[in-house]
Design a protein around this ligand. Structure first.
Ligand code: UD1
Length: 364
């Protein structure tokens, strides 16, 4: 079959790559479309190079904008492309605006639709990603769940058992496949860091970085933590200007966004990781590195129940006390079932069998 794979922003690339490879190994014709939601070289090109992803077959160049602008631009550009390419199956990953936009277009145009990372729920409707996840799942034919909690969420929402496939976590496929290369990246030497003697921080959620008061409170907490453990903060473009406006306490070193291999190396050697990202909660769990999540909720509860993640919320005093507790008594490393590096193989098997069995007429 012909399969159109969609990627649009940094956290998509390491998810789509192993799925493309597994499909191609089974003889599928795979095309990659990049929506252009992320466009800075540091958010894109370095990931394509590190992960060995071939240049996209199509580039939609949508760029930044409000949610409606960005989602609408992806939809408008993706619709004629679908008509032209006429795939049997479209694969979308994750929960970004590009994911939901291509899912909506596909659902109305006719090809089968697969969502990789289905069923994750924060139950926090103020998160744009929660809206994207729920809507994408709703219109998908194949719901590929990374963990049992995600499959259970889908069952509770009334999806049929034959739509739900518990396959494991593709992000961990890529992590395990690249870990040795990452460890050889040399980034620790370049930054003069010693394994186990620094904390790694990422901040990019609108709820944390868009309001100067909230960001200032978070930075105050990070400043206190830096007194005990120096912190390295690779800066996401969304947070770049705002961090400058608010002022960054001593002990926190700002650096440019890291590439894939460098960032895995930085996580792997960190004493603790502080983050508001989703994927980093998973990568730290797979690496067995303590993670403190600077959010009130998580759509990835398995990283708390079976991994190294602790939810600290956004209250500065609670963040400091949580990090102190984690530094004194780090959580034991455990890796969830099916986070074994083979999720994309299971996904390719499910999708090709499903496409072959489908009675839906091929779009013309
Ligand atoms: C998006 C995803 C988020 C994901 C994150 C990873 C949505 C709703 N959000 O958030 O789930 O965790 O990507 O990075 O899809 N910008 C640049 N260069 C770029 C891209 C963005 O400077 O290459 C700046 C622009 O000022 C832009 C802002 O970052 O307005 C936000 O970008 P956007 O794509 O809207 O969302 P992210 O915050 O990156």
């Amino acid at each position: 079959p012909r399969v159109l794979c969609v990627a649009g922003a940094r956290p998509n690339y390491m998810k789509i790559k192993p799925v493309m490879d597994a499909l191609e190994r089974r003889g599928a014709e795979v095309l990659l479309v990049h929506t252009g939601q992320h466009y800075d070289p540091a958010m894109n090109d370095v990931f394509f190079a590190d992960l060995g992803i071939r240049p996209p077959d199509r580039f939609l160049g949508v760029g930044s904008g409000t949610h409606a602008e960005q989602t609408g631009r992806v939809m408008t550009a993706f619709e004629p492309l679908l008509g032209e390419v006429s795939p049997d199956l479209v694969v979308v990953v994750g929960d970004i605006n590009s994911t939901v936009a291509c899912a909506l277009v596909t659902a109305k145009a006719g090809p089968l639709l697969a969502h990789v990372e289905a069923g994750l729920r924060s139950r926090d409707w103020s998160m744009p990603e929660e809206v994207n996840r729920v809507v994408t799942d709703r219109v998908s034919d194949f719901l590929l769940a990374p963990s049992p909690d995600a499959a259970e969420n889908l069952r509770a929402e009334g999806y049929r058992d034959d739509q739900i496939h518990l396959v494991g976590n593709v992000m961990i496929d890529t992590l395990l496949a690249n870990l040795d290369r990452a460890k050889a990246s040399g980034i620790l030497d370049r930054y003069g860091l010693t394994r186990g003697e620094y904390g790694l921080v990422t901040l990019h959620r609108p709820a944390n970085v868009d309001d100067p008061e909230i960001l200032a409170a978070l930075l105050k907490a990070l400043g206190e933590i830096a007194g005990r453990c120096p912190l390295l903060l690779p800066v996401h473009p969304r947070a770049a200007g705002r961090l400058g406006d608010v002022g960054v306490p001593g002990g926190i070193r700002l650096v440019p966004p890291a590439g894939y291999l460098d960032f895995i190396a930085l996580q792997d050697s960190a004493r603790v990781v502080l983050t508001d990202s989703g994927g980093i909660q998973e990568e730290t769990t797979a690496l067995g590195v303590p993670c403190v999540t600077l959010r009130d909720n998580t759509e990835r509860p398995i990283t708390v129940e079976q991994g190294t993640n602790v939810l600290a919320g956004r209250d500065p005093a609670r963040i400091v006390s949580t990090v102190n507790r984690v530094l004194d008594d780090p959580p034991a490393p455990r890796r969830p079932e099916l986070w074994d590096g083979r999720a994309s193989e299971r996904i390719a098997d499910v999708l090709l069998a499903g496409a072959a069995a489908s009675t839906r007429p091929r779009p013309t």
